[in-house]
Structure formats: C-alpha cells, structure tokens
Design a protein around this ligand. Structure first.
Ligand SMILES: C[S@@+](CC[C@H](N)C(=O)[O-])C[C@H]1O[C@@H](n2cnc3c(N)ncnc32)[C@H](O)[C@@H]1O
Length: 226
C-alpha cells in the first residue's frame, strides 16, 4: 500500500467540508440550463479510472453526451526540470503515482456507471506531449459545446501542454476546473497554478472569471472569449 494512502483518505474526508465536485457539477448543470447550452461534451486531462468523469456525467446527463479523457493510464510521467523545484512541497507527485488500472478498465467503469454508449467515451492513452499533438480537433465539430473541462494532471509541465491545447477549444461559458491549484504549498511560482496563470496572461483568446474554490485544492472558473 502506498505510504501516502492514509493521508489521501484524510483529504477525501476533509473535502466534504468544502464545496465538493458533486455540488459543483450540479451548478454546471444549472448554468448550462440557464445559459441555453443543451448538448456538448466533458473533457478530463488526467482521467485515471474515470471516477470523476462518472460524477460529472451523473450530474450533467442530458447536457453532456460525450466524454473525452486523456491519461498515460500508467501514472505520472517522468518529471521535467520545471516539475522538480521543491519536490518536498508535493510529495505525492512522483513518476508512476496515480496509475490507473488500465484504459480499458476506465472505459468500462464509465460505461457501466453511466450507461453512456461506449462509442461516446473517447479515451486517449499516452503522454499529453503525444496525444494532444495528434488529436484531431475537427472531431469536436459535431459534438456540441465544451460544457466542462477538468484539468487534473498535477504537474507544471503536463498542465502547460493542456492549457496550450485548450486555447482554441474553450468558449464563452465553458467551465474550466483546475484540480491542483493550491498544491505546492500554494506557491504561485510552481505547479498547475503557475501553468494556468501564465496561460491566462499570454494566450490571445481566452479569459476566465473565478467562480469558487472546491474540493480543498481546486478552483472553478468560467471562460470567456476575449
Ligand atoms: C490525480 S490523478 C487524476 C485523478 C482523476 N482525475 C480522478 O479524479 O479520479 C493525475 C493523473 O494525471 C495523469 N498525468 C499527469 N501528467 C500526465 C501527462 N503528461 N500525460 C498524461 N497523463 C498525465 C496521471 O497519469 C494521473 O492519472
């Protein structure tokens, strides 16, 4: 058993005192309903076994009709130099941690829990540096609105690739959930927070409005086109 497991369980319990993912996805649903968004997709970067995608779909059923998930499915990749500054601030982040059972398991898990047609569950296995480069964005053209996007990949280098990829995907009204915003002791120079802040400052197309913190380490934003 992973030596960090007991603490991980503690964080799960702690999260119940905050706005949890379940309630946040309920708000995303209400927002979609009230904003004339009736058909679209959910994306998750770092989907692992699909557990959060299941929670998302259960709350967004009838609005979300496709799930896109990206992961190595073998856990964290080798860290880049930019991920190795103050590793002691984020001891859960090391190569191979958070390995999924498998991509097939993830798909079956989501299909069984949501009854979503497995043709509508799109999983991309490998490091983002490969899967995002080769992803055909035109396949999204007939999938409706990007309703909700969860970035849950822990590392600066991973998140940087994801945000660059998202610049021409997000639209006005897309919810962008940043899972690891407060990791690395909240240091704005590190981790997913740094990748997100840099992207917001430099990308030419997308701005965000802060909505709330949730689930202890996470933040929710609503995108707009600049
Ligand atoms: C904390 S886990 C995700 C948990 C999952 N979102 C959930 O809620 O159940 C982080 C995931 O990010 C993935 N990941 C991190 N960097 C990646 C990269 N560069 N390419 C692909 N996957 C990556 C890991 O494999 C891991 O599954």
């Amino acid at each position: 058993m992973n030596k960090f497991r007991p603490e991980a369980n503690f964080v799960q319990g702690l999260s119940g005192d905050f706005i949890g993912k379940h309630n946040l996805f309920r708000m995303v649903r209400e927002f979609a309903r009230y904003s004339n968004i009736d058909n679209g997709y959910y994306m998750e970067f770092g989907i692992m076994n699909g557990d959060t995608a299941i929670t998302a779909y259960r709350n967004l059923r009838g609005y979300v009709n496709h799930i896109y998930g990206f992961d190595t499915f073998s856990g964290h990749p080798e860290q880049k130099k930019t991920d190795q500054i103050h590793p002691e601030y984020a001891p859960y982040f090391f190569q191979g941690n958070y390995a999924a059972v498998s991509d097939e398991f993830c798909k079956k898990n989501i299909a069984a829990a949501t009854l979503l047609d497995s043709n509508n569950i799109h999983l991309f296995k490998g490091e983002f540096s490969n899967t995002l480069q080769s992803f055909e964005k035109s396949q999204l053209n007939d999938k409706g609105f990007p309703i909700c996007i969860l970035v849950d990949c822990d590392l600066y280098s991973s998140a940087k690739e994801v945000f660059d990829f998202l610049t021409d995907i997000c639209q006005t009204g897309t919810w962008l959930l940043i899972d690891d915003y407060w990791c690395y002791r909240g240091d704005p120079k590190l981790g997913v927070r740094k990748a997100f802040d840099d992207w917001i400052e430099t990308n030419p197309r997308i701005g965000v409005s802060f909505y709330c913190n949730f689930n202890a380490y996470s933040r929710a934003y609503i995108c707009h086109e600049k």
